[in-house]
Design a protein around this ligand. Structure first.
Ligand SMILES: *Cc1c(COP(=O)(O)O)cnc(C)c1O
Length: 344
């Protein structure tokens, strides 16, 4: 693990890469009381040359800095942290399974360690990065994940913190997630009123057919209730690149136009599109899964579930094209705008 501490007197200390071990913290530490805890999720992929590569890691450094700022944790140098992370990955590269879809998951974490009960910003912090080998995410991907649309519990709201990767955004979702699982659904489709926001801890895309055969790709806008995913941003760029003929999605004809829209999507629209046979695909996107197909959606306001068209292997043509393209770019097989960064 990589670890470095900040204290109000000396600022950041000397970073250390050392064997994975428990942390020793004062029980009054603000991370246990008021939750100034932020994290990132990123992966190191093995390239064809056997060397590990990171995917757009600068974006994770920038997001971690924004998250830290949101809960008043001390600022850090993102470029310096990235140098340290690359060093850590280089040292641990033997843990990256050399199999397609496998990688080393990195969890940069920053916690407030001010050892006092006063309700105030933490002027001390611990920044650490742990790593673990990881493989394909959802077991049921082949038939698409089942979603329960939930509006009684809200993941994020205007003016809230849903647009940041804060630990405190996740615990309130665990009880609703357990309820959804009892009803036979794998993930929650988080709503805000009638609007869909995210799928579990993934950003969401809907692919809708136009009368002229072109496709619309809808995803909710970054209005503060949506986590600005690196995968979300990459998927938008890859769809635009395909439509402009700059870089084609594997398996998707060059003539197939796909127009991206960052606009709100409502449950009523999903229902209408589905009834009219225009709703081709819904998928979640995020570092953990890359692209995860949605199979069916249940919702209290509906008589029956919306069932998405089924495809061999789960993903529809657009989702599959994006998944394959992302895998090729992340592993360094294909270059796209320098997104894949070797660690050495
Ligand atoms: C991390 C996360 C995502 C996905 O972000 P990526 O940068 O693509 O991994 C989406 N939604 C939530 C709530 C998240 O925590």
């Amino acid at each position: 693990m990589l670890i470095v501490n900040y204290d109000p007197e000396h600022g950041w200390g000397t970073p250390e890469i050392k064997p994975y071990a428990p942390l020793v913290l004062d029980p009054m530490s603000s991370c246990f009381q008021y939750c100034p805890n932020v994290f990132e999720g990123m992966k190191a992929y093995l390239g064809p040359d056997g060397e590990p590569r990171l995917f757009r890691p600068q974006k994770n450094m920038e997001r971690l800095a924004r998250s830290a700022e949101r809960v008043a944790l001390p600022p850090f140098d993102g470029d310096a942290l990235l140098v340290l992370i690359k060093r850590l990955v280089e040292i641990e590269k033997r843990w990256i399974p050399n199999k397609p879809g496998y990688s080393l998951y990195l969890r940069p974490t920053m916690i407030g360690t001010r050892p006092a009960l006063g309700v105030a910003a933490s002027d001390a912090a611990c920044l650490y990065v742990v790593v673990t080998p990881t493989g394909p995410y959802f077991k049921s991907k082949a038939r698409g994940i089942s979603l329960l649309a939930v509006s009684e519990s809200v993941r994020a709201w205007p003016g809230g913190t849903g647009g940041h990767k804060l630990g405190l955004n996740y615990a309130p979702g665990f009880a609703p997630q357990r309820e959804a699982a009892k009803k036979g659904y794998e993930q929650i489709l988080w709503l805000f009123g009638d609007r869909i926001t995210e799928v579990g801890a993934m950003n969401v895309f809907a692919i809708v057919k136009r009368a002229d055969g072109a496709l619309d790709a809808f995803t909710p806008p970054l209005d503060g209730t949506i986590l600005p995913g690196v995968t979300r941003s990459s998927v938008l760029s890859l769809l635009d690149a395909h439509t402009k003929g700059k870089s084609l999605l594997p398996g998707v004809p060059a003539s197939q136009k796909i127009y991206t829209h960052e606009i709100p999507i409502t449950m009523s629209e999903i229902k209408v599109w589905s009834d009219e046979g225009k709703l081709l695909e819904i998928f979640g996107v995020g570092t953990a899964v890359a692209v995860a197909p949605v199979g069916r959606i249940g919702y209290q306001g509906w008589d029956e579930e919306v069932v998405l068209p089924q495809h061999d292997g789960g993903l529809g043509p657009v989702g599959k094209g994006l998944f394959d393209h992302l895998m090729d770019i992340q592993s360094g097989k294909v270059d796209f705008e320098g997104w894949s960064v070797p660690v050495v």
